[in-house]
Design a binder for this molecule. Sequence first.
Ligand code: AMP
Length: 573
Amino acid sequence: MNAFEALGLNEQLVQAIADLGFETPTPVQEKAIPVLLSGTTDFIGLAQTGTGKTAAFGLPLLQLIEPTERHAQALIVCPTRELCLQITNDIETYKKHCRGIFTEAVYGGASIMMQIRNLKKGVQIVVATPGRLIDLIERKAIDLQKVKYVVLDEADEMLNMGFRDDIDFVLKNTINRESTWLFSATMPPEVRAISKNYMDNPKEVTVGKKNSGNVNIDHQYFIVPAQFRYEALKRLIDFNPGMYGIIFTRTKADAQEISERLAKAGYDIEALHGDLTQQQRDKVMGRFRSKSLQLLIATDVAARGIDVDGITHVINFELPDDMEVYTHRSGRTGRAGKTGICLSICHSRESYKIRTLEKMINSKFHKVDVPSGKEVCRKQFFHFMDKLMQADLSHGDYETYLPDLVSKFSDISKEEVLQRVAALEFNHFLKYYENAEDLNRNDVRGDRRIPERNDMRAGPDRERSSYTRRDSGYTRLFVNLGTKDGFYKASFLQFILDESDLKKEVLGKIDMREMNSWVEIDKAEATRMINAIDGKRYNNRIIRMNEADGGFKRPADEGRKRIYASKEKRSFR
Ligand code: AMP
């Protein structure tokens, strides 16, 4: 008996799986499918992207759907439109031998009228992002009364993105729900609260701490002073000429700015972030998927759920705030048995994060030095020589031209011809890296090379970048607001930024607890944030905010002066 058949799946589904070439169920499929096929058991799957979780819930759903009933029977809610489309596509392939089952993806940024029209045709499985789903419910385009199965995919991410009320609404209003299936990479208290409030004795399954692909990922990090981040990124790209990669930034502004600078410098790169229209995003993704685009730079939200084959490198331009986000990012590479490399550009203050990450994913991180200009050039040379040797000579009538070529070069040596070819290809590289500086933070030893100099001047690309200010360091602020005040990270972040009129870039790590939180902030902006927030009221309670590690005086003219001075310095480019 086929392994999928043994889990209880019907013939049509087993056939579709065979067509896809899946031979054995993944661990999450093995554990989830038999439970979910009962149709009445609530389920929690702690599993990340790349573990095969879409099939783990998609296949049982297809078997449970009653094809003769033409109304919404299953609702899959997920955080982003990319993931929404991907789940829908996967389900379409799984159901290709099933008759009478229809699915529809509903997500923001696309025509709602078209989605309403399609839903009216009698769709049984609706895959939705929360915002659009609520919109459709309010317009009475979806009837939740007959929904039997609700799947929450990437629940932690939906809560991080501020969809808590929407999820509550959906769960409260699907009154004839027979079972709820929740998938999440992590189990923060907010996700636990959903299971407590809306699920009945759920069966909980964890599939490893890491992505199935993670054993194949080499995690490397580079300690670089903050003002060299951009230059370090450039070197890492140059040092890996065959790279097909995704670069992650924390903000849209960073993604946009870096992509513009690199594109101007001749790199094949585009940005993917929330400010693009759906059409622009599809275009960028289409080019990246077909490999006509070499590099994609994206924020976490925009890249959520992206499943592209053959990515060789993931680069963290900065380490993410959330440790779990790291596993999502690195999971874009090293998929389907291939190897991959995840490179993180870090500040020396972030070494502790690396230790935590090592424990979390149970893998060693290798500290590597940013390559020198010479190393980059050597690597480029060898790459070019390989290309030269692999050049396809099977087409073209080289024989005809050979005598002329030979006579043209008869007076110069083979070495000189090679030099000239190399000069044509490499002049720009050699010039660029001629006086390249050491970008590594020299007080920390690398595994591979210990820098000899203590010279921190900028590299050949001597622009002052927006990242310079990070080097001035952070301070930590205490605030007496926490999750019990109804905040989760994203909404808390929004709250303090709105109140203080500061930009997200000034913030570092945010630690939220039930009663209190701690916020890392650029030292130069700390006074401004405290002045804006300390003493205000939130839900009738006075907010206290002060410097966590003591010694802070407020409100000081001295401090104000510092803020204005630093603002002048902050001008971009
Ligand atoms: P997911 O975690 O749902 O994003 O799935 C990750 C990738 O694994 C997708 O490209 C699936 O097509 C693939 N996949 C899912 N189940 C299996 C399986 N049993 N064997 C091989 N590949 C699978």
